[in-house]
Write a protein that binds this ligand. Structure first.
Ligand SMILES: O=C(O)c1cccc(C(=O)CC[C@H]2O[C@@H](n3cnc4c(=O)[nH]cnc43)[C@H](O)[C@@H]2O)c1
Length: 219
């Protein structure tokens, strides 16, 4: 179905997990862009521009580990985005946060390729994996307190997970009209910062498994 797929991760450990999962599927190019939405957008835009002479990509994927909102995405589970939301792109006002959409400067939300995202979730569930489908937030600052976690959950009902790159990768793909999806394997709960409690190994194993099914459902 897809001939050439670009997967953008933040760090090498995520890239290696995806590479193990796709098991040599030559339709995939997997790149580690660096952490945060700016590095993600710049690296994705460069990758898309460099590939355009050779026919370009027909699917772009933001993949990696992420934080799960309590009651929405347990540690070790996988979340596939129903949309990506730049949750801290905007302005503080006396009435609270106002996103760039409210300010009239574009959009905080970028759509995903819905059919592929839903098919992937169904396939992961059929394989016995714990997989959710919901909004994935992109933040430049990892949430580190229960107060911020509660504020985000209230402001964005249905938010399932947060990470730092999706909106950047999606912005570059969207600008070129290329379908986009985001996959996060949950390493930690969104809330009080305790890096020692992050289950990075479990999340990377889940990311590897999700990548195997990504290769299957896109072929
Ligand atoms: O230390 C390691 O071995 C290691 C291996 C893989 C990944 C990491 C990272 O720290 C990646 C940073 C990456 O993680 C995303 N992330 C994870 N949890 C959250 C969160 O609660 N809120 C926001 N982002 C999160 C994020 O996308 C970073 O790029 C370390």
């Amino acid at each position: 179905m897809y001939k050439k797929i670009l997967v953008m991760t933040a760090v090498d450990a995520e890239k290696e997990a995806v590479m193990r999962g796709i098991r040599g599927d030559r339709r995939f190019e997997v790149l580690a862009a660096g952490v945060g939405p700016v590095a993600a957008a710049v690296s994705t835009a460069i990758a898309l521009a460099s590939s355009s002479a050779a026919g370009g990509y027909d699917l772009v994927v933001s993949a990696g580990i992420g934080g799960g909102f309590v009651d929405e995405a347990p540690i070790g589970s996988i979340v596939v985005a129903s949309e990506v939301i730049a949750a801290d792109l905007g302005a503080e006002t006396p009435e609270g946060f106002a996103g760039v959409d409210k300010l009239g400067f574009g959009t905080n939300r970028i759509p995903v390729e819905e059919n592929m995202s839903c098919l992937l979730v169904e396939t992961l569930r059929a394989a016995g994996l714990t997989a959710g489908y919901g909004a994935i937030l992109t933040l430049s600052t990892v949430t580190g307190t229960a107060e911020t976690a509660a504020m985000l959950a209230e402001r964005i009902p249905g938010a399932a997970a947060e990470a730092m790159e999706g909106y950047g990768v999606a912005s570059a793909a969207h600008r070129q009209g290329i379908p986009f999806i985001e996959i996060r394997a949950i390493s930690n709960a969104v809330g009080p910062r305790d890096k020692a409690a992050w289950r990075i190994g479990d999340a990377l194993a889940a990311l590897e498994a999700a990548s195997t099914y990504l290769s299957e459902v896109t072929s």
